[in-house]
Design a protein around this ligand. Structure first.
Ligand code: ADP
Ligand code: MG
Length: 244
């Protein structure tokens, strides 16, 4: 994947594969391109060059170079709904209750039956430990509860994979742990996840593979024990000593 914003080349040829059931964590300094990579992966951003394969199916592009866009609206929808994103700032809809937030996309985007979706939504809220908050408004919840609601919302799409972009970065340390626990539970269930995180302990605990991005290129990747235990590159060593 190659991605530029104007003259700024953010991704300079990044290749990444996640297999079903894998947890792949992306680490790296601020500005290294982690969020851009996630946003390109679920087609929130176009790109200038490169290929995306989802379950072996190639994304259709139209145009080339700077004018290149995903070309098939149905395919974009299918891929995006199958790669549910959880954002740093939760991005709950403030004018909807927690239950409505979780139900909205399955009902309006996927056209699922409202009663069935409600039952599932309540189940996912219970799963992330906020079953009693279904009728609350987002502003009435703590940051950790809001992020768990956002995770329930992502799960209610029943996606093939979950994409997390620094899901714990906006939280106070004690609230961070309740979200970490949910992410660990999901990893233990064998869910496929791409996780951008600044939390090296979390990355070490849940990942099958850790990818260190440096200025738009993969500098190093591997199993967490090897990558954290004996980093090969000087840049990764520096990054790890600065973050821990
Ligand atoms: P990370 O998530 O690793 O901190 P990002 O992917 O958010 O990094 O950003 C990588 C680089 O791209 C940064 O220099 C950032 O300023 C730039 N960038 C990100 N989004 C945009 C945008 N929409 N327009 C212009 N530049 C952007
Ligand atoms: Mg980011």
């Amino acid at each position: 994947m190659h991605k530029s914003y104007g003259a700024l080349e953010v991704l300079k040829g990044v290749s990444l594969t996640a297999r079903r059931g894998d947890v792949v964590s992306l680490i790296g300094s601020s500005g290294s391109g982690k969020s851009t990579l996630l946003r390109c992966a679920n087609l929130l951003e176009d790109s200038q060059e490169g290929e995306i394969l989802f379950k072996g199916e190639a994304v259709h592009w139209r145009g080339s170079g700077l004018g290149r866009r995903p070309g098939d609206a149905k395919q974009v929808l299918r891929i995006r709904t199958n790669l549910s994103m959880v954002f740093q700032q939760f991005n709950l809809w403030s004018h909807m209750t927690i239950l409505q937030n979780v139900m909205e996309a399955p009902v309006t985007v996927l056209g699922r039956d409202r009663a069935e979706v409600e039952e599932k939504a309540r189940g996912y809220l219970a799963k992330v430990g906020i079953g009693d908050k279904a009728d609350a408004w987002p502003a009435q919840l703590s940051g950790g509860q809001q992020q768990r609601a956002a995770i329930a919302r992502a799960l209610c799409m029943e996606p093939e994979a979950l994409l997390f972009d620094e899901p714990t970065s906006a939280l106070d340390p004690e609230l961070e742990q309740e979200v970490v626990k949910v992410i660990k539970d999901l990893a233990a269930e064998g869910r496929t996840m791409l996780l951008v995180t600044h939390d090296m302990r979390l990355a070490a605990d849940v990942s099958d593979e850790v990818v260190f991005l440096h200025r738009g290129l993969i500098e190093e990747q591997g199993a967490p024990d090897a990558l954290f235990g004996s980093p090969g590159s000087e840049r990764l060593r520096q990054f790890l000593s600065a973050t821990t």
